[in-house]
Design a protein around this ligand. Structure first.
Ligand code: COA
Length: 333
């Protein structure tokens, strides 16, 4: 049976840097509060003149392919994780396929929020293991700034989320690269972190009104406390599940790349796993929480900084809207 490995990683973030001080000019917040509660110093916001989810994804994908020594035409299938697709439908997978000139190959969209990249990775891994494909492009990309309420009313989410894209090329190998993936969800908590519109459950009269008078449903709603409490429990659970399934222990982990939800959550996991600071990769300080893009951006930067070495045990873990949570253990090749 073939296995899969990550053969190349890439990322792209918009140029526009949004500092905490700039946010303080839009709403009642301040640099100290944001850093203390989240660890975030700045994030990127897209430029509507030039950035789209699909074209940022294409830039990240080309970087990943180049680093893997592959060409666009080598890609056989695309798995695209995003909750902020350029259109309501179709998903951004087909738009990325078009950007890369890969007409004809399949493109699948995944909408599992912050866990989306690991869900996408898992699907690509299964396709490769089954022998159906040998080279799969796995992408996480988001433009979230357009859905943020940047007034004081939305300050608990406006300071957290950012825009960006990351990509990984998965290829078939005969040595085990991706050891396992574990995926979970609990829909009882769907409304703890969500964007309601354009939801089909809204009555036709409201959806089709010439002017939508109430746009609240288009903004991100988050119960920060609930999310935090569940996140710290589920992150640990799903990491331990992965270690247990592979007869490994926390001492075997060389590098943990958690979804960049909040620096305090990453620090909590680091402490629980008794990892050193250099064993947990964090870049939330510079990009905020980029949802499905956060893990591939972090992975791409970690790789570029030489933090991923042959035979290292890499652990990925995520938690987010749904609630969904997931982990992956990877023996780096
Ligand atoms: N600036 C200043 N004050 C703010 C603020 C901001 N950006 N956002 C909220 N506040 C205020 C609140 O209004 C509240 O004021 P009050 O006490 O007068 O009512 C106070 O700060 C505390 O709010 P609370 O929501 O209890 O703060 P918190 O310590 O839970 O931190 C989050 C808020 C959002 C940073 C935190 O809950 C969190 O990080 N949760 C997890 C979020 C996450 O990871 N989401 C992504 C999941 S993938």
């Amino acid at each position: 049976m073939p296995y899969s490995k990550i053969a190349g990683l890439g990322h792209h973030v918009p140029e526009q840097i949004i500092t905490n001080d700039y946010l303080s000019s839009l709403m009642e917040t301040n640099n100290e509060w944001i850093i203390e509660r989240t660890g975030i110093k700045e994030r990127r916001w897209f430029n509507p003149e030039k950035d789209t989810v699909a074209n940022m994804a294409a830039k990240a994908s080309r970087m990943a392919l180049e680093r893997a020594g592959l060409k666009e035409k080598d890609v056989e299938f695309i798995v695209f994780a995003t909750i902020t697709s350029d259109y309501y439908f179709p998903g951004s997978g087909v738009l990325l396929q078009r950007e890369l000139g890969l007409e004809g190959i399949g493109a699948l969209d995944i909408k599992n929020a912050c866990s989306g990249f690991i869900y996408a990775l898992s699907i690509a891994d299964q396709f490769i293991k089954s022998g159906m494909y040998k080279t799969v492009l796995v992408v996480g990309a988001e433009i979230q700034s357009s859905a943020l309420d940047v007034t004081t009313r939305g300050r608990n989410t406006a300071v957290i989320f950012g825009d960006g894209a990351g990509a990984a090329v998965l290829t078939a190998t005969n040595k085990q690269g991706i050891l396992s993936t574990h995926l979970h969800a609990d829909g009882r908590f769907a409304e703890e972190l969500y964007v309601k519109d354009p939801g089909s459950s809204r009555p036709r009269e409201e959806r089709q009104a010439d002017q939508i008078l109430d746009t609240t449903g288009f903004k991100v709603v988050m119960n920060g406390n609930q999310v935090f409490k569940h996140a710290v429990v589920r992150f640990m659970e799903v990491i331990n599940e992965a270690l247990h399934a592979n007869n490994l222990t926390k001492e075997d982990i060389n590098l943990l790349v958690p979804h960049q939800a909040n620096l305090r959550i990453s620090q909590y996991i680091q402490e629980k796993l008794s990892l050193r600071e250099d064993q947990v990769y964090n870049n939330i300080m510079r990009y905020g929480n980029t949802t499905a893009a956060s893990i591939p951006i972090a992975l791409s930067e970690a790789w570029a900084e030489g933090k991923l070495k042959e035979n290292d045990l890499l652990c990925l873990a995520a938690f987010g809207s749904g609630f969904t949570w997931a982990s992956a253990l990877i023996r780096w090749q």
